[in-house]
Design a protein around this ligand. Structure first.
Ligand SMILES: O=C(COP(=O)(O)O)N(O)CCCOP(=O)(O)O
Ligand SMILES: [Zn+2]
Length: 311
C-alpha cells in the first residue's frame, strides 16, 4: 500500500534500521524492487531522478512524473508492504513542482553544489512549498566525493556537523543527506574505502532527524566479474563494504540510496542471457530471468539494511 516517506523514515529512525531507496527508470526495475520488498515484508522507497522522469516521459516532465506515480500506485495498492515514491536529486524547480503536483510523497532539493547560505535559502523555499501541501523534503550537505586522508579536502567535501545543526533548524527539512565520503556510481573511493563516521555520529546527535546515505551501492565483485566475463568493461569497480553500511545504520542512517547495484546486476545477467539464448527474441523471456536477479539483489540489500520484516 502507499505510505508517506516521512512515516516510513521516522519509524526507521526510531527503531534504528534503514529503508532502501531504490531508483527505477522503467517498469521492470520498479516491478523487481516492489516484488523484493513484498517478499521481504519490508517498507520500501522507490525513487526517480530528474533523468528518470525525462526518460519515462520521453522529455515531457509532467507526463513522466504522472506515469511514475500511476505505475507505483497501481502496483503498490496490491502489496501488503508500505511503499513511498520519492524524487531523487531534484535541482530544477519545474521538475520538483511537477513531482509534487503528480503525487510524489517526498522530494529532494539538491542544492549541495551551492555555498551554504544559498543551499539553505533554496532548501527553505522548497520546504515551505512542499510542507504547505503535505510533502516531505530531503536536502544534502557536503559533496558526494571520495576523500583522501587529508584535512583540507575533507573540510571542503564532507558535511560540517555544526552547519548541519543550523541548516536543519533553519530550513525545517525532514531528511538530511550528510556527505561522509560516498559517491555515485561503480567506482567509489580513490584508495581504501573510508567513511567519516565521527561526522555522521555528530550530525545525528545535532539534528535528530532521519538521515540519508547517497552513493551507497556495494558493487558486488562476483556480479562485476560475471559482467566482465560476458564482455562488460567494469574492472576496478568498487563499492561500500557491508560492515561500513551496517555501521552507518547503527550511527543513524535510515534511507539508503541504491541504484548502481541494480544496474550492474541488470547488465551482467542481460549479457549472460543474450549470449546463452542466442535465438531468443521475446523480451519477456529475456527480461524475465534478468529481473529475477535484480529482485534478488534488492532482497539482499533489504536484509542488510535491517528492514526485512519491518512492514
Ligand atoms: O545515491 C544514488 C545512487 O548511488 P549508487 O550509485 O551508489 O547506487 N542515487 O541518488 C541515484 C542517482 C541516480 O541518478 P541518475 O538517474 O541521474 O543517474
Ligand atoms: Zn544520490
Amino acid at each position: 500500500y502507499v505510505k508517506s516517506t516521512k512515516e516510513i523514515l521516522e519509524k526507521a529512525s526510531k527503531e534504528r534500521y534503514a529503508v532502501g531507496a531504490f531508483n527505477f527508470n522503467n517498469m521492470e526495475f520498479l516491478q523487481a524492487i516492489l516484488e523484493a520488498a513484498e517478499e521481504e515484508k519490508a517498507p520500501v522507497i522507490v525513487a526517480t531522478s530528474e533523468g528518470a522522469i525525462k526518460y519515462i516521459g520521453k522529455g515531457d516532465i509532467e507526463a513522466g512524473a504522472k506515469l511514475a506515480v500511476e505505475m507505483v500506485r497501481t502496483y503498490a495498492e496490491k502489496l501488503s508492504v508500505p511503499v513511498a515514491l520519492h524524487l531523487d536529486h531534484g535541482r530544477d524547480f519545474k521538475i520538483i513542482m511537477a513531482a509534487i503536483k503528480a503525487g510524489y510523497s517526498s522530494v529532494m532539493i539538491d542544492a549541495s553544489h551551492l555555498p551554504f547560505e544559498e543551499n539553505l535559502r533554496e532548501t527553505k523555499r522548497i520546504v515551505e512549498i512542499a510542507h504547505a501541501v503535505g510533502i516531505s523534503v530531503e536536502a544534502e550537505l557536503g559533496k558526494l566525493k571520495g576523500i583522501e586522508d587529508n584535512v583540507v579536502e575533507k573540510e571542503s567535501v564532507l558535511v560540517d556537523p555544526e552547519e548541519a545543526k543550523v541548516f536543519v533548524k533553519e530550513t525545517e527539512v525532514d531528511f538530511l543527506a550528510p556527505a561522509i565520503g560516498t559517491s555515485h556510481g561503480a567506482f567509489k573511493f580513490k584508495g581504501e574505502a573510508q567513511l567519516d563516521f565521527e561526522r555522521l555520529k555528530k550530525v545525528k546527535e545535532y539534528t535528530q532527524i532521519p538521515l540519508v546515505l547517497h552513493g551507497a551501492s556495494m558493487v558486488p565483485q562476483d556480479v562485476v566479474k560475471l559482467a566482465n566475463e560476458y564482455g562488460a568493461e567494469l574492472s576496478g569497480a568498487k563499492g561500500v563494504p557491508e560492515d561500513m553500511l551496517k555501521k552507518a545504520i547503527e550511527l543513524g542512517i535510515n534511507k539508503i540510496n541504491t541504484d548502481t547495484d541494480l544496474r550492474i546486476t541488470f547488465v551482467a545477467y542481460l549479457r549472460k542471457v543474450l549470449s546463452e539464448d542466442k535465438s531468443q527474441i521475446d523480451p519477456r523471456k529475456i527480461f524475465g530471468p534478468v529481473f529475477e536477479q535484480v529482485k534478488e539483489i534488492v532482497k539482499e540489500r533489504i536484509r542488510i539494511f535491517g528492514s526485512s520484516g519491518k512492514a
